[in-house]
Design a protein around this ligand. Structure first.
Ligand code: FES
Length: 120
């Protein structure tokens, strides 16, 4: 049974240790959205690095696509659960640091955390 990184959650209630969701939203009317700011590249990079590091799978890490997460002003954005930490990123180095530090070792990458007042 996977262990829970969050003491408030019994291990029996978890399936993945950590789950990261990337907003890949694009708007047909051409309005700004994460898809216009490298969201797909970030998702692809994360998926690849998680797999390469042997972190993918049950009891470990899952990387998922998401639609709009309603924090568009900070786009591209991704959120990691169960810690509920929101990130923004600009390049592969940022993604690599999120994978190595947070997804693998549970350490939040403070420099990439989305400020609390960033919304839609
Ligand atoms: S378009 Fe990405 S959070 Fe809204």
């Amino acid at each position: 049974m996977p262990s829970s990184p969050n003491p408030a959650l019994p291990a029996a209630h978890t399936y993945y240790q950590r789950h990261i969701f990337f907003c890949l939203n694009e708007r047909k009317n051409g309005e700004d959205a994460c898809a216009l700011h490298g969201a797909q590249q970030g998702f692809d990079r994360c998926k690849s690095k998680v797999k390469e590091a042997g972190l993918a799978g049950v009891g470990k890490v899952r990387v998922n696509k998401a639609g709009c997460l309603d924090r568009c002003a900070g786009g591209p954005v991704a959120v990691v659960y169960p810690e509920a930490v929101w990130y923004t990123f600009v390049d592969n180095d940022d993604i690599d640091e999120i994978v190595e530090s947070h997804l693998k070792n549970g350490q939040v990458v403070e420099r990439l955390v989305l400020p609390a007042d960033v919304g839609r």
